[in-house]
Ligand binder design. Structure first.
Ligand code: NAD
Length: 313
């Protein structure tokens, strides 16, 4: 299958590598010049479960794709949320009337951006439990296992997504169809919407925050705002189940000592965060539906203040 990975950072590199190794015709499109130059020079390097590997995969800067002759069967979107619209504009000429577009970004409401460029019947929304990191430009760090749930947004439903699921599974990416992807997206967004912003602002790992005597109250308040908005979007959340899942993040024996990705982005790497597409999305949608969202609103403001204090880019 001819596949564009649009956004070839940590996750895009993982998916690009695994789909390339499964003999698909893959190209990477990205906007980070240093990363692009190193991949062009040396190939895409990765520490893949402890093994050092290199794969030669074509990569283009998103500003230089107008002359690239590649009509994709599938585009997999892996930008950060705030880069999505720009990327969709850049690759517009490579998205034909039969190109499926799979969005696996974290956060809520990306379909509103994608549908400006792609008919609903070609949009597939997903949620992934794969993880990835970058050791630096040109090199990914890929450990562990994961899975993907996905759903086609058009009326053709499962049938329209079958070929994509097959291609992902041949590459061992463990994909399956979901009849209710919005609920899983909201569920994951609740974990991100609590752990990410709170640990970033409080300068804490997840266990440290979870062990404070106010953790339960704050998390319950945030999750109740997500749940109220989700209900209006027909994405019912099982709140006790979501709260139990968040509590698993506090376990010091498993992931509790980790800092979430937003902390890494902002505090370690001085990069802007996806807060507007997680808690900020709840605030926007809350306004639309007449739902009060004071905790999400305050946390979004705090994260923006921190971005500005640190001069994040
Ligand atoms: P990423 O930051 O690694 O890459 C996203 C984009 O930012 C890429 O275009 C990349 O080249 C660019 N970029 C990365 N570092 C940069 C730097 N220092 N300077 C300039 N540009 C830089 O993001 P990601 O982790 O691949 O995440 C993509 C999407 O997938 C996000 O929505 C994220 O929330 C989601 N996601 C990530 C993970 C994960 O484990 N990383 C897991 C599930 C979902």
């Amino acid at each position: 299958m001819k596949i564009i990975i649009a956004g070839a950072g940590a996750m895009g590199s993982r998916f690009g590598l695994m789909l390339h190794q499964a003999k698909n015709d893959v190209i990477l499109i990205d906007g980070w010049q240093e990363h692009i130059d190193l991949i062009k020079q040396n190939g895409l390097k990765a520490n893949f479960n402890g093994e050092e590997i290199v794969e030669n995969i074509s990569i283009y800067h998103q500003n230089d794709v107008s002359s690239v002759d590649f009509s994709a069967d599938l585009v997999i979107l892996f930008t950060k949320a705030m880069q999505l619209d720009g990327m969709m504009q850049s690759i517009n000429n490579m998205v034909g009337e039969n190109t499926k577009v799979l969005c696996l970004l974290n956060g809520i409401g990306h379909e509103d951006v994608i549908k400006k460029y792609v008919p609903l019947s070609n949009i597939i929304l997903g949620n992934t439990m794969w993880t990835a990191g970058l050791e630096g430009p040109g090199k990914a760090k890929l450990f562990g296992n994961g899975s993907i749930d996905l759903q086609n947004l058009g009326t053709d439903g499962k049938e329209a997504a079958e070929e994509v699921i097959e291609v992902l599974n041949v590459a061992n990416l463990n994909a399956k169809y979901s009849d209710n992807i919005l609920s899983s997206i909201y569920k994951k967004a609740c974990v991100n919407g609590t752990m990410n912003g709170l640990c970033t602002i409080l300068d804490s790992n997840m266990a440290g925050f979870g062990e404070t005597d106010v953790a339960d109250d704050i998390v319950e308040a945030i999750v109740s705002e997500f749940a109220a908005v989700a209900e209006r979007e027909n994405a019912t959340l099982n709140v006790p189940e979501v709260l139990a899942q968040i509590k698993t993040c506090y376990n010091r024996e498993t992931i509790g000592l980790h800092h979430p990705s937003m902390y890494q982005d902002l505090i370690i790497n001085n990069r802007l965060t996806e807060i507007d597409y997680i808690n900020g999305a709840i605030v926007r949608k809350g306004k639309e539906y007449g739902i009060e969202t004071p905790y999400c609103s305050f946390l979004t403001q705090l994260v923006h203040a921190k971005e500005q204090i640190l001069g994040a880019k």
